[in-house]
Design a protein around this ligand. Structure first.
Ligand code: HEC
Length: 140
C-alpha cells in the first residue's frame, strides 16, 4: 500500500512539474500577459479614482490583487521579489477597503502608492526603460 501511494505521489509531482515547464501548455499564464492585464486594470483604476467611482475602484483593486497573487507562482520567487509582491497586494487591499468605505483621501493615497509599487518592483527586476515585446518567450 505504501508503495502504491508513494508512486501516486511521485506521479502527481511529475505531472505538476511537467505542466509547469511545458511552454504554451496553457496551464500557467505568462508573466508578461499577466502584467499587460495589470496595466489594463490600472488604467481603468485611474479613471475610476479621478471620477470617484467607488464600486469600480474596489472591483479593479481586487482584480489587481488576484493578478498579483498569480504572478507569485511564476519563475521569479526570491524573498525580495515576494516582498515587493506582498507589499503591492497589501496596497491593493488598502485601496479596495478605502473605496468600500467611500474614503476618497484613502483611495487617492493608496492609488499613488500602488502605482509607485509597480515601478519599484520593475526597478528591482531590472526592467527600467524596458520595451515589452509580444514575441518574448515566457518565464523570463
Ligand atoms: C512584484 C513585482 C512586480 C510588480 C509589483 C509589478 N510588476 Fe509589472 N513586471 C514585473 C516583471 C518581473 C515583469 C517582466 C515580465 C516578463 O518579462 O515576462 C513585469 C513587466 C510588466 C509589463 C511589461 C509586460 C510585457 O508585455 O512584457 C507591464 C506592462 C507591467 N509589468 C505592468 C505592471 C503594472 C501596471 C503594475 C502595477 C499595477 C506592475 N506591473 C507591478 C514585476 C512586477
Amino acid at each position: 500500500m505504501f508503495t502504491l501511494s508513494h508512486r501516486v505521489g511521485v506521479l502527481t509531482v511529475m505531472v505538476i512539474l511537467l505542466t509547469a515547464v511545458t511552454p504554451g501548455s496553457g496551464q500557467l499564464p505568462r508573466l508578461d500577459e499577466l502584467m499587460q492585464q495589470k496595466l489594463d486594470h490600472t488604467q481603468r483604476l485611474l479613471e475610476a479614482v479621478v471620477l470617484r467611482q467607488h464600486i469600480t475602484v474596489e472591483r479593479e483593486a481586487r482584480a489587481l490583487l488576484l493578478l498579483s497573487d498569480a504572478t507569485t507562482w511564476t519563475s521569479l520567487q526570491s524573498d525580495e521579489y515576494m516582498r515587493y509582491a506582498f507589499d503591492f497586494q497589501d496596497t491593493a487591499e488598502e485601496l479596495a477597503e478605502s473605496a468600500r468605505r467611500g474614503d476618497d483621501d484613502g483611495v487617492a493615497l493608496a492609488f499613488s502608492e500602488l502605482v509607485l509599487g509597480c515601478g519599484d518592483c520593475h526597478a528591482y527586476v531590472g526592467r527600467e526603460d524596458y520595451q515589452p515585446s509580444p514575441r518574448r518567450p515566457a518565464g523570463r
